[in-house]
Design a protein around this ligand. Structure first.
Ligand code: DMJ
Length: 643
């Protein structure tokens, strides 16, 4: 009976015996299975495959991560003529999944020691399919231009408490302070003019050889110094220079690059820089650019946990982990330094996907077991477990902590999870890392599986400012203590400057081997125009108005002028302990974005970018506090006239 119903083949009609019929049927079903199975090996673009498989294939879903391609699917507008990128890997490329674990990137970062330690199995972050689907369908229907609930710049300005540039652009009344501020402005103009003359459109200036540096951190994106300078030029009132920068962004910033970029660096410099430029000026062009760039970063989150990998190809969306990061892990300071910018991308686009991505990271970090309450620097984006127990407030960990307290502040103090995590982390840091030297200096040691390394990096010096801005929201009995701790750390970092011949601080300083706050290794003696110490002076000045912070800032200006200023720009130096300068021939873009901006703010009145309205991202790009209640209030429309 069954045989007779087989279409096209009548086995009984061929006069076969029952056993022969059985073998024939077995052969036939094997053939059908084989053909169907072969469909899976066809390229995605083959029509036959799409017909049979597209609707039925199921993918594992995780909070905020989804399948390999759905981040781009969410953003695909109905009339997009092309399939989403990443569906068809470029010739010679293996799939993201195969490629993504780890490979040697073209970009290197300081080598890290591989001390493996186990982490507890990750809790299950998989959401029921229905919830993920509803999130994705919400996002698919998103249309940036036509969305009724579009971002209103006027409304945003109406919700600021104060004018962004203060009464008189923050000009201080005290003549000496004003003179110092003018000096910093001159330094900015000098750096900018030389960049423009010798390196226009490249990422950074090489001031000794008078040419441009492109590097390989930004995946083919250009003009890092331009993007990083937009807001600094604007707040300093260097309008001719600002207009040149704006015009370059408008006409020459090409986001269709196809190179390997650091997700972290592109986010803090490009996304942060464009967001700040938009919020300060209201120029729609910046908003359009930043939303276009934001979309390109999303595929980095397509991992089993939703924890992004460190490197992304901005063209294909393929992502992978740094070759130097042990066992294909992601870096705490990298995936933990996206929150502020991504929340603003959602704010401007009205697309929840950006916030979902970073909230997923937050959730995972909140839930995972932490050794002694500490957050190690390496985490597997596949298992969601810590990969090794190295904890540092300097490189590899630093801005993760900064973004916790700043997320709380930027949310108008509504983000209670961020607050809890920040004060919890600070408690663990104090219990395990904060040390006092025999000479009475407070410092943050590094922690390697329970063993302390009595070293503090220049990068860790941002923590004076961070602990300072978080002091007020701590438990009442702790507030003064936090402010004191912030002042002590800032003092130690200042000591690392005063104990050198150049009065500039080394890359890392130690508290063992007889010395205190000095670099003992030759390889730690360099200074690359970093901002962190000056950043803490600026915050501590705003918080305490103790004149010593302005004096310390001025010492730094004099040292920069004396040892880093060369004929055609500013350069890092190889050894802060020798007066025979050896320059590194690099004017880092963060010198224009951070070091000079923080110095300028230090010598300005507090109403220039008031902390009541703005938080600075880790590249010193000001992002406004989001006052949800005000923004949603109909009555706030167009209250901008006075601002
Ligand atoms: C900057 O790019 C950022 O401040 C980052 O968080 C750390 N390093 C540099 C400056 O030193």
């Amino acid at each position: 009976m069954v045989f007779r119903k087989l279409p096209g083949v009548s086995a009984s009609g061929m006069g076969l015996r029952l056993s022969q019929k059985f073998v024939f049927l077995l052969f036939l079903s094997g053939l059908v299975t084989l053909c169907f199975g072969a469909l899976f090996f066809l390229p995605d673009s083959v029509r036959l495959k799409r017909i049979f498989l597209s609707k039925t294939e199921t993918q594992p879903v995780t909070v905020g991560s989804g399948s390999e391609n759905d981040a781009r699917e969410h953003l695909k507008r109905p009339k997009d003529p092309e399939p989403p990128r990443g569906m068809t890997p470029a010739k010679g490329e293996t799939s993201t999944r195969l490629k993504s674990l780890s490979r040697k990137p073209t970009v290197s970062r300081e080598a890290t020691e591989a001390r493996l330690a186990g982490g507890r199995a990750q809790e299950d972050f998989t959401l029921p399919r229905s919830r993920t689907e509803s999130a994705s369908s919400k996002a698919t229907s998103f249309d940036r231009g036509a969305h009724s609930d579009t971002f209103s710049y006027d409304k945003f300005k109406g919700c600021l408490l104060k004018p962004p540039l203060g009464r008189d652009n923050g000009r201080p009344t005290d003549p000496q302070t004003n003179e110092r501020r003018e000096k910093v402005k001159e330094m900015m103009k000098f750096s900018w003019d030389n960049y423009k003359r010798y390196a226009w459109g490249k990422n950074e200036l090489r001031p000794l050889t008078r040419n441009g540096h492109i590097g390989n951190m930004f995946g083919g994106l250009r003009g890092a110094s331009i993007i990083d300078s937009l807001d600094t030029l604007y707040i300093m009132g260097l309008m001719e220079e600002y207009n040149d920068a704006k015009e370059w962004v408008q006409t020459s910033l090409d986001l269709n690059s196809n190179g390997e970029a650091s997700l972290f660096e592109v986010n803090i410099r490009y996304v942060g820089g464009l967001l700040a430029a938009y919020y300060l000026t209201g120029e729609e062009m910046y908003k359009n650019k930043v939303l276009e760039l934001g979309e390109k970063l999303l595929p980095a989150f397509n991992t089993p946990t939703g924890i992004p990998r460190g490197v992304i190809n901005l063209g294909s969306g393929t992502s992978w982990s740094w070759g130097w990061a042990s066992a294909g892990s992601s870096i705490l300071a990298e995936f933990g330094t996206l929150h502020l910018e991504f929340v603003h991308l959602t704010e401007l686009s009205r697309n929840p996907i950006y916030t979902e991505k970073v909230m997923n990271i937050r959730k995972l970090l909140n839930k995972i077991e932490k050794p002694h309450g500490l957050y190690p620097n390496f985490l597997s984006p596949v298992s969601g477990n810590w990969v090794q127990h190295h904890v540092s407030i300097g490189g590899l960990g630093d801005s993760f902590y900064e973004y916790l307290i700043k997320s709380y502040l930027m949310s108008d103090k509504t983000d209670e999870d961020a607050k809890k995590m920040y004060y919890g982390a600070l408690e663990a840091i104090e219990a395990n890392l904060v040390q006092k030297s025999p000479g009475g200096l407070t410092y943050m040691a590094e922690w390697r599986g329970g063993i302390l390394d009595h070293k503090m990096g220049h990068l860790a010096c941002f923590s004076g400012g961070m602990i300072g801005i978080g002091a007020d929201d701590g438990a009442p009995e702790k507030r003064q203590h936090f402010l004191d701790l912030a002042a002590e750390i800032t003092h130690t970092c200042h000591e690392s400057y005063t104990r050198s011949a150049t009065k500039l601080g080394p890359e890392a300083f130690r508290f063992d081997g007889g010395g205190e706050a000095t670099a003992t290794r030759l390889s730690d003696r360099y200074y690359i125009l970093r901002p962190e110490v000056i950043e803490s002076y600026m915050y501590m000045w705003r918080l305490t108005h103790d004149p010593k912070y302005r004096e310390w800032g001025w010492e730094a200006v004099e040292a920069l002028e004396q040892h880093c200023r060369v004929e055609s720009g500013f350069s890092g130096i190889r050894d802060v302990y020798t007066l025979t300068a050896s320059h590194d021939n690099m004017q880092q873009s963060f010198f224009l974005s951070e070091t000079l901006k923080y110095l300028y703010l230090l010598f300005s009145d507090d109403d220039l970018l008031p902390l009541e309205d703005w938080v600075f991202n880790t590249e010193a790009h000001p992002l406004p506090i989001i006052r949800k209640s005000c923004l949603q209030d109909e009555a706030t429309q167009d209250k901008t006239v006075s601002k």
